[in-house]
Design a protein around this ligand. Sequence first.
Ligand code: AMP
Length: 461
Amino acid sequence: MTFESLGLNPQILKSLTEAGYTAPTPVQEQAIPAAIAGRDLLVSSQTGSGKTAAFMLPALHKLTDQPGEAPQGKTPNQAAQSARSRGERPRFKAAQPKMLVLTPTRELALQVTTATEKYGRGLRRVQAVSILGGMPYPKQMQLLSRNPEILVATPGRLIDHMESGKIDFSQLQILVLDEADRMLDMGFIDDIELIIGKTPETRQTMLFSATLDGMVGNMARRITRDPMTVQIASASTRHENIDQRVHFVDDLSHKNRLLDHLLRDASMDQAVVFTATKRDADTIADRLTIAGFAAAALHGDMNQGARNRTLNGMRRGQVRVLVATDVAARGIDVPGITHVFNYDLPKFPEDYVHRIGRTGRAGRQGTAVSLVNHAEGVHVKRIERFTKQVIPVDVVAGFEPKRTASAAPRRPGWRPGDGRKPGNSKPGQRTFSKPGNGPRKEGSGSRTFRSDGRSGEQRRG
Ligand code: AMP
């Protein structure tokens, strides 16, 4: 199938060619024609499946296709200017967007806005802006004063602007909930309901989520009309392009040494190391930096400017190892990320899927390694049940664990993400060695080997 056969506007087709897209992904093949036809959509797909284009291409097509309306009166900006020229204090006229995309995080919102600019290049009258927590209010007022057709927003800040009368959804035609499951996980259900309550019932609604079960499914049914359900089980959603492994470690020092070693792998371009807490993200990033890695932390306590700088550094390849928490790393789309490390296992199996989806982007291969304390075997099994895949156990020569998983006693009071011994509460206590000093995979006799045909389940059991 081609993008032409989906009936998209020629200007959009041109942008797609410039972006190097040759054919629609499976989710795009199904979603785009239905969305152009005006159907509500419930789409179960992961990041990496091309879901942003699946909702944004038909939306741009529809917004551009509308007969050139002469602007009704003045734009908010023009009105403010003429008020000023009359010596009056300008009254802010509410922005009236035609499309709203709600996302769980600022990073995802910025990515959606950037993708929209890429796809909509050359389209007149279609402008997208992000409304995000952490962005200064005057800057947002300035963006809203342009009366953009498309708003991409995180729920909290959007409600602030709605309540102060800066946004009026009476003209809204298209509503997208991106990563809806994640928004609900983050407790945004009331905010989402409040926002939806202010939009016209005639709107088209498209909901994207990793799962359509449970709470998300209930909400999806409430807010859509006769939706078409698209469920994609592509190689990338099953993560077949990601080589997943578990390494058992005896203690924190073992974990740090192994991470240090694996980060020197010659096949590694860029990596994300996931930690359970913001503090650990900072500590480990600092220690890796001292050890000579181009490392940086990314977490929710950093201000938006610092987060953007770090992400830009990652995109430009200046940062090679990003040490991040789940929420902050949500939706990161950097094709150079070859490896994901779970320094701590995530609390929920869903997060495991989101984490490993940071690698293997845009059809590439990726590697996802979980560094697992012996007592955490049960949590690995829970992830395996969720993904319906067995994660092989791997051992690196010179870094063999002393104990086997089954022999390891489970400590009372253990919780996911706690890969530490009692009384040894600080992560990264050992100093990492400088890159180049440690054992290398090549030419040093140190070798990674895999269980030959024996599954991780068998090995652990
Ligand atoms: P998403 O699932 O929207 O986060 O997209 C994942 C990645 O796939 C992004 O880097 C997109 O630029 C890229 N992408 C989306 N659609 C296509 C396509 N049809 N062909 C090639 N790359 C694509």
